[in-house]
Design a protein around this ligand. Structure first.
Ligand code: PEP
Ligand code: MG
Length: 608
C-alpha cells in the first residue's frame, strides 16, 4: 500500500468503455532481472534442453488458456499467433547459437534474442510493426518466466476479490487468464486504441485505460482505483465523493448499454422515419460473430490484409476462401464487403518484399501494390470469386487514385470469376465492385467513379490524412487531423452528392461514422449507410433515434458554411451535445451545461 496522499488523476486512452472501482493488483513482478551466467561447454546441451522445455511449457500454458477461451472470440486468434511465435524456428536457432557460441545460459540467450528482435522491429518506421514488437516481447517474457520455473499469469493473479490489474503491458494470453479471476478492469502503461490489449478489453467488455505513463510508479497494490474508460482517466486513492460519482456514472453507462443491447434487432431509424443501414468493420473472420451480436446489417469493410500478417508466407487461395466462407456463414444472408488487401503505408506485412521508400504512405500501397503483384492478387481475387458463390459478396478496392485502377481490377476480377466458373465451381453472375474514396483526387472525381463503380465507400481515416497532409500515425498531430475540417467535409459531401445523383450507393467506413456527432452530420449530408467497429453500432443507432432529418439537413448546411474544424465542433456540440451527452461521456442527459467539447471530446473526433 502506498502512502495516503489525496487522490491523483492519471490520464491515458480510454480503450474500452465503462467505469470500475476496486483495489489495484500491480503486476510489476513479471519483469524481473534476468540471470546472466556463462556456462561450461559441457553444460551447453543442458541449457538447450532447458530452453526446449520452457518452449513446451509456454506452449502448453498458451494452449490451456486457448481452450478456456470461447471459440470465435478475437483473443483466440491472437493466442494462436503467440503459440506460433513461441515455436518460431528462427528464434530457437538464434537462442541455440547464443548458448553454443557465447556460452550463455538459456535465460540470458532468450533475453538477448528477444531484445534483438524487439529492437529490430522498433526501428522500423511503421506503427503496425512496432506494435508487433510488444508481442515478441510478451512471448520472450513468458519464456523467461518458464525458465525460472515460474507460474503463468493466472497463478500470479491469485485474487479472490474484484480487482483492477495495473501492468506495463498485457498479452492476450494474460488478458484471457483474467476471465478466470475476478478482474473488473485494467490499466497499462503502453498501448493504443488499436493495440491487441484494447481489442481484448472490448471483447471481454471490461473497462480499460491504456497508455498511462508511469502507472507502475504511481499505483501500488491495494490502492483503491477508479478506472474510467469513458474519460480515459485513472483516479488513484479517490475521495468518497469521487467514488460516489464514478459509481453513478458506471451504473448509468451499464444500464444504458444493457438497454441499447436489447435493441439489437431494431433498425436504425430517425424520429421522422428515415432508415439508416449500419454495418460492421472487421479485421479477422472471427469478429463476424461479434458483428452479428451487435446488430450489424452486414460487413461494410473486411480488412483482408490481416490475413497476411504475422506469418512467413502469404495465405493460400484456399485459406483465404475458408476465411471468407466463415464470415459468410456467420453473417447469413446479409452482404459482406471484401476489401482487397490494403498493404503498404502504415500496414506493412512481412510476406511482401516492400521497397524501402521515403514516404510509404505515398508509395507502393494498396491497389498499386496489388496490381504490381499480379499472381498473388489474382489468387486473392479468385478466393473472393469463390466466396461469391456462397453468399452476398461484394469486392472493394482501397486507395484508388485513378479510374485506370478500377478498370484494371474489374478486368482481373472478371478473369478470376471466369476461371473459377470454368472449374465447375459456383460463382455469382455479377460480383459488385466498389471503390474506396480515400484520395482527394478521387473525391473530386467522385461523379466519374459513381458512373462506373457499383458502389463507393468513403475512407475518412485516409481521406483526412491526404487532404490535410497529416500522417495518420503521428500522435503529436492527431488533434489537427479532424474529419470536421471544412475542407474534408466538402470532399465528403461532394462524394455523397455524386453517389445520389448517379444512383450509385455510397457508404462510409472511416472512424468518423463511429462518432455520434460525425454519424449524424453524415446523415444530414444524405448518407444512409455506414460501417463501423461493431461495438459502436448500438450507440450510433441510439443517436440516430434521437434526431430528425429536417434538423440534420439544416445542421449539415450550417456545418458546410463553417470556416474551421472547431467551428463545426462547436456547432454540433451546441445543437446535439445535450441530447447525446450520455453517449459521448456517460453523463446523464439531465445535467445542464456540461464540459466544453474539446475537453470531453468523444473517441473518433480525430481521425487517428
Ligand atoms: C479509411 O481509411 O478510412 C479506412 C476505413 O481504411 P483503413 O483505416 O483500413 O485504412
Ligand atoms: Mg484507408
Amino acid at each position: 500500500m502506498t502512502l495516503k496522499r489525496g487522490s491523483e488523476v492519471l490520464l491515458g486512452v480510454g480503450s474500452s468503455h465503462g467505469v470500475a472501482i476496486a483495489p489495484a493488483v500491480v503486476l510489476s513482478g513479471s519483469r524481473r532481472a534476468v540471470r546472466r551466467q556463462h556456462v561450461a561447454e559441457t553444460a551447453v546441451e543442458e541449457e538447450r534442453e532447458r530452453f526446449d522445455v520452457a518452449v513446451r511449457d509456454v506452449q502448453q500454458d498458451l494452449q490451456a488458456t486457448l481452450s478456456s477461451v470461447v471459440p470465435g472470440r478475437p483473443e483466440a486468434a491472437i493466442l494462436e499467433a503467440y503459440l506460433l511465435m513461441a515455436g518460431d524456428e528462427l528464434f530457437a536457432q538464434e537462442v541455440s547459437l547464443q548458448i553454443e557460441n557465447e556460452r550463455r545460459c538459456a535465460d540470458w540467450a532468450v533475453a538477448e534474442v528477444t531484445a534483438k528482435f524487439v529492437a529490430k522491429l522498433e526501428r522500423v518506421d511503421d506503427a503496425y510493426m512496432r506494435e508487433r514488437s510488444h508481442d515478441i516481447d510478451f512471448v520472450g517474457q513468458r519464456l523467461l518466466r518458464a525458465l525460472r520455473g515460474g507460474s503463468s499469469m493466472s497463478d500470479e493473479l491469485n485474487v479472490t476479490e474484484p480487482s483492477i490489474v495495473i501492468a506495463h503491458d498485457l498479452s492476450p494470453a494474460d488478458t484471457a487468464a483474467m476471465t478466470r479471476a475476478p478482474i473488473v478492469a485494467f490499466v497499462t502503461e503502453v498501448g493504443s486504441r488499436t493495440s491487441h490489449t484494447s481489442i481484448m478489453a472490448r471483447a471481454l467488455e471490461i473497462p480499460a485505460v491504456v497508455g498511462v505513463k508511469n502507472a507502475l510508479d504511481r499505483i501500488g497494490t491495494g490502492d483503491m482505483v477508479i478506472v474510467d474508460g469513458l474519460r480515459g482517466q485513472v483516479i488513484v486513492d479517490p475521495s468518497p465523493l469521487e467514488i460516489a460519482e464514478a459509481e453513478q456514472r458506471g451504473g448509468r453507462y451499464a444500464a444504458m448499454m444493457n438497454k441499447l443491447g436489447q435493441g439489437r434487432d431494431r433498425p436504425a431509424r430517425t424520429q421522422d422515419g428515415t432508415l439508416v443501414r449500419l454495418q460492421a468493420n472487421i479485421e479477422l473472420a472471427l469478429e463476424a460473430e461479434l458483428a452479428v451480436e451487435h446488430g450489424a446489417e452486414g460487413i461494410g469493410l473486411y480488412r483482408t490484409e490481416y490475413l497476411y500478417v504475422d506469418r512467413a508466407a502469404p495465405p493460400s487461395e484456399e485459406e483465404q476462401y475458408q476465411s471468407f466462407r466463415k464470415v459468410l456463414g456467420e453473417i447469413g444472408d446479409r452482404p459482406v464487403t471484401l476489401r482487397t488487401f490494403d498493404i503498404g503505408g502504415d500496414k506493412f506485412v512481412s510476406t511482401f518484399p516492400m521497397p524501402k521508400e521515403l514516404n510509404p504512405m505515398l508509395g507502393l500501397r494498396a491497389v498499386r501494390l496489388a496490381l504490381s503483384e499480379r499472381a498473388l492478387f489474382f489468387e486473392h481475387l479468385r478466393a473472393m470469386a469463390r466466396a461469391s458463390g456462397q453468399g452476398d459478396v461484394q469486392v472493394m478496392i482501397p486507395m484508388v487514385a485513378s479510374l485506370d485502377e478500377l478498370h484494371a481490377v474489374r478486368e482481373l476480377l472478371e478473369e478470376a470469376r471466369l476461371s473459377v466458373k470454368a472449374e465447375g465451381q459456383v460463382v455469382a453472375d455479377v460480383i459488385p465492385l466498389g471503390v474506396m474514396i480515400e484520395v482527394p483526387a478521387a473525391a473530386v472525381m467522385a461523379d466519374m467513379y459513381a458512373r462506373e463503380a457499383d458502389f463507393l465507400s468513403i475512407g475518412t481515416n485516409d481521406l483526412v490524412q491526404y487532404a490535410l497532409a497529416i500522417d495518420r500515425t503521428n500522435q503529436a498531430l492527431a488533434h489537427l487531423a479532424s474529419p470536421f475540417d471544412p475542407g474534408v467535409l466538402r470532399l465528403v459531401h461532394g462524394v455523397i452528392r455524386a453517389g445520389l445523383e448517379h444512383d450509385c450507393p455510397v457508404s462510409l467506413c472511416g472512424e468518423m461514422a463511429s462518432d455520434p456527432m460525425g454519424a449524424l452530420l453524415l446523415l444530414g449530408f444524405g448518407l444512409r449507410s455506414m460501417s463501423m467497429e461493431s461495438v459502436a453500432i448500438p450507440e450510433i443507432k441510439e443517436a440516430i433515434s434521437r434526431v430528425n432529418m429536417t434538423e440534420l439537413k439544416t445542421l449539415a448546411g450550417e456545418a458546410l458554411a463553417c470556416r474551421t474544424a472547431s467551428e463545426v465542433n462547436d456547432l454540433l456540440f451546441e445543437a446535439l451535445g445535450d441530447r447525446l451527452r450520455d453517449l459521448l461521456t456517460g453523463e446523464p442527459l439531465s445535467t445542464p451545461g456540461g464540459p466544453p467539447p474539446s475537453s470531453d471530446a468523444p473517441p473518433g473526433l480525430s481521425s487517428d
